[in-house]
Write a protein that binds this ligand. Structure first.
Ligand SMILES: [Zn+2]
Length: 455
């Protein structure tokens, strides 16, 4: 340490011409005057501290470089490509607003994350240009945000896609719609190597494709959906796979989010509202916090990101980053208490996406969480049904919950198994396949398992 002190002092002295005795540590040297000794003493006292500080800075710089993480944020569409168009909003604007809010949250809370935007303004980029931004920045994560649209105004809810072969026509339809922006380019056939976004055959390539990032992408997608439900109180349409060109070309974990349906009046209003955009962005941010935490843990450098916490809803009795904003007048946000009007006749039971078990919150939430409540499930539907839909065969007072992307409709709510059994018998004439299910608190279970709890 003395040698080091000596060395540091020499360096210091070379800069400071007033001190000329740096190398002279002989106390009785005639050249040692009082003033120099004072400097020397002071320096001796603090040089150890300075060295420690210097080493700490060096360690921090090395660590910070190591943890440097690049997040590419992509607001779908832009410029002359508006994306899906609703009654009061355009997809390109909704996507951008949510992306900018999300980016601001990450920039504010993660000093070791570089946020790169494919666009920060209303400008057009091809899908290939977006993927180029991901790859030229050696991104660690790519998040693309879009807004859904359907022919039926009844469809609503949020879904998150990872790359893969679409297992349903609905998933393929979303990919086809989002990929169709390719057709806006003059020479798309040459640029996209014969990939035709409108031809089903073009999508077969995704079946044989290996995606080494798939596990991480699915993890993130699941957490985003979980946050959409728990934080933003959205309806969960689940994690899905489909062949998105922009995900296919990006060499890192990547997800494409469909925030909600612009074709559904209430959901469009929610997404166009400041509160809605804030909730959606915060949900994605919260999922990112988890992703980054896992990433750091795997890289063995978790120490510098432990302060980054998820933002919780204020009604969860936890701190929020910013105060909840009051809804703007005439711009009523949609929460679980104000679902689309067509379902007013139905009591709404929302799902919460938790460990594949369905959580429910109902107006007549069970007071005693240990007592099973029995219901008869009469039908399941891929979309939300109007109260007067023919599917109900005149049955009134139905409830529903959402599980695995399906709306499941039930009748009755009884703690007495005999009572629900009678309702079941009566319903079987119109709904031959109906069956009894049970909820204990938030957890859905089979009637058989629930009966075991009673005995
Ligand atoms: Zn889109």
């Amino acid at each position: 340490m003395n040698n080091l002190n000596n060395y540091l002092f020499t360096k210091y002295s070379k800069r400071d011409k007033s001190i000329t005795f740096a190398n002279n540590f002989c106390e009785n040297s005639p050249l040692n005057n009082g003033i120099t000794m004072n400097y020397k003493n002071i320096f001796f006292r603090f040089s150890g501290l300075l060295l420690a500080f210097f080493l700490l800075q060096l360690t921090y710089t090395v660590q910070a470089q190591k943890t440097n993480f690049t997040l590419v944020l992509d607001a779908g569409h832009g410029g002359h490509d508006p994306g899906a168009v609703g009654a009061i909003a355009r997809e390109k604007d909704l996507n951008l607003n949510v992306i900018l809010r999300l980016g601001a949250l990450v920039e504010k809370n993660f000093k070791d994350v570089k946020v790169v935007y494919t666009r920060k303004t209303d400008k057009y980029l091809t899908l290939q240009q977006r993927a180029d931004v991901v790859n030229s920045n050696h991104a660690d994560l790519f998040i693309s945000v879009h807004t859904n649209a359907a022919k039926s105004s009844a469809a609503y809810g949020a879904e998150t896609f990872t790359l893969g072969l679409a297992k349903s026509k609905a998933n393929l339809d979303v990919a086809m719609r989002e990929n169709s922006v390719i057709l806006l380019e003059d020479d798309y056939k040459a640029k996209y190597k014969g990939f035709d976004p409108n031809s089903v055959d073009s999508y077969i390539m995704f079946e044989f494709m290996q995606d080494k990032y798939i596990d991480k992408s699915i993890d993130l997608a699941s957490n985003i959906q979980k946050q959409f439900v728990n934080y933003a109180r959205r309806s969960d349409r689940g994690v899905r796979q489909a062949g998105f060109w922009v995900l296919h070309r990006s060499a890192c974990p990547s997800v494409l989010i469909e925030l909600g349906f612009i074709s559904n009046k209430a959901e469009e209003r929610y997404m166009a509202s400041e509160n809605g955009q804030k909730e959606l962005a915060t949900s994605i941010y919260n999922a990112f916090v988890r992703f980054k935490h896992d990433h750091d843990k795997k890289s063995g450098v978790a120490a510098f990101s432990t302060d980054n916490k998820e933002i919780l809803r204020s009604n969860d009795h936890a701190e929020t980053d910013e105060p909840e904003q009051k809804p703007v007048a005439d711009n009523k946000p949609v929460t679980d208490k104000s679902k689309p009007a067509e379902n007013d006749a139905q009591q709404v039971i929302d799902n919460a996406f938790a460990n594949n078990t369905t959580s429910i919150t109902s107006k007549n939430a069970q007071l005693n969480h240990d007592v099973p409540v029995f219901r008869v499930q009469i039908l399941a539907s891929g979309r939300k049904l109007n109260a007067d839909a023919a599917d109900f065969k005149g049955q009134k007072n139905t409830n529903y919950f959402v599980e695995n992307g399906l709306y499941k409709y039930t009748v009755g709510s009884e703690t007495d198994y005999n009572k629900i059994s009678n309702i079941h018998k009566e319903l079987r004439s119109r709904f031959p396949d109906c069956f009894i299910i049970a909820f204990v608190g938030d957890k859905k279970m089979s009637a058989k398992d629930a009966l075991k709890l009673i005995k």
